[in-house]
Design a protein around this ligand. Structure first.
Ligand code: KG4
Ligand code: ZN
Length: 362
């Protein structure tokens, strides 16, 4: 039987639904609808959990109807409902989980609770049928971790951020320098004209062994450098702004490159048959960062996989896909499925420290 799964996502500030059918990689996604909430939160400088939760609750039924209509099927054509049950902002996760439970109970369908991070981590299989085990770097506004992905429910975390995620650092840097949000694209754009060597910005945690990362000190260093320039020159020139952006981006790139080298070395110790590094998350759109990760992969003899950006950022097709993989390996949830604001993928590891503007990291 060819399985058709409805996926639902509401852990942060995107309300999403998708219909996915088992088949060849290019033919799997029958529909994928993502409705963002940027405009609702703009005035507050970050995602406001209560506003996000209310918007998810108001929109998720319409988004689901749209996904079903675009796929050209009704609930009768669905075999199971997969929903992100965490980690994320509790109100939003609850909106999705309660809706999914109602839908599954009403239509008599199996329910599968999916870890949002597993959705990201399994995306290279949705797009490229990548073989287990592969190395994954999740790098976005809310996440930053290196994972060895061994199965749909089997992950080893090699390291992660102990404070901010890199996308969060790009966003804060943009704010410090008066550039528009989201910060990643505007900092990358400004960095093109800049001199990365003018400001000596730190490369946090490179002096310590392991694959953990830290980005909040880097953002503070940008703030100090900006204040020193403003005190000296009475303001920020275009050239100084570009130099700060270039210096910041080069620091993030260098840290990710070195930590990726270390993660690759650890991963290769287990002699995978078809070694590969995959990336997901909005920061993977950065061409300097993507290029250095490609170089690190090539140097170590790894294939490099970067799914298309629409599947790297938050979406429900990845939740439906993770649901499909879990369903095939026998997983089912029941009406006791709980929303989990914190839900580390690798339960053997101590949870990471810190929670950023988008809530708990894992
Ligand atoms: O994966 P994503 O859409 O959302 C979550 O964080 O879940 O990632 C968004 C983040 C934002 O912080 C944004 O500034 C960053 O990805 N980003 C970039 C670029 N494009 C988006 N960071 C660096 N360079 C970019 N070109
Ligand atoms: Zn995400």
């Amino acid at each position: 039987m060819t399985l058709t799964i409805l996926g639902l996502e509401s852990t942060c500030d995107d309300t999403a639904a998708a219909v996915l059918r088992d088949g060849a990689p290019g033919d799997r996604i029958l529909s994928s609808v993502v409705v963002g909430q940027g405009a609702l939160h703009d005035a507050y400088g970050g995602v406001v959990p209560e506003i996000a939760a209310r918007a998810h609750a108001e929109r998720i039924d319409g988004v689901t109807e749209e996904a079903l209509a675009k796929a050209g099927i009704g609930l009768a054509g669905i075999d199971a409902v997969a929903v992100s049950a965490g980690p994320g902002l509790i109100g939003g996760v609850l909106s999705g989980v309660m809706f999914a439970k109602g839908l599954a109970a009403g239509a008599g369908l199996p329910l599968i609770g999916v870890n949002h991070l597993a959705g990201h981590a399994l995306t290279p299989r949705l797009t490229d049928d990548l073989a287990f085990p592969y190395l994954m770097l999740l790098v976005s506004g809310g996440h930053c971790q290196f994972l060895v992905v061994r199965g749909p429910d089997d992950f080893t975390r090699l390291g992660g951020t102990i404070d901010d995620a890199p996308g969060e650092a790009f966003d804060k840097t943009a704010r410090i320098l008066g550039l528009p949000q989201p910060g990643g694209p505007s900092v990358e754009q400004a960095a093109r004209a800049g001199d990365p060597a003018r400001f000596a910005l730190p490369r946090p945690l490179l002096d310590r062994p392991g694959c953990d990362l830290s980005f909040s000190g880097l953002k503070t260093a940008v703030l100090r450098a900006r204040d020193a320039c403003v005190a000296d020159a009475g303001g920020l020139t275009e050239a100084t702004r570009a130099d700060l952006c270039a210096g910041f981006q080069a620091a993030v790139r260098d840290v990710l490159a070195e930590k990726a080298r270390r993660a690759v070395a650890l991963y290769l110790e287990e002699a995978p048959a078809a070694p590969a590094l995959a990336v997901a998350g909005g920061v993977a759109a950065n061409s300097a960062i993507r290029a250095v990760l490609e170089t690190v992969s090539a140097e170590a003899g790894l294939a490099f996989v970067a799914p298309p950006l629409a599947l790297c950022t938050d979406n429900a097709a990845m939740i439906a896909w993770a649901g499909l993989e879990l369903f095939k390996s026998g997983h089912r949830s029941d009406m006791t499925l709980a929303a989990r604001p914190r839900w580390p993928l690798d339960s053997a590891q101590a949870p990471l420290l810190g929670a950023g503007k988008k809530g708990a990291k894992a």
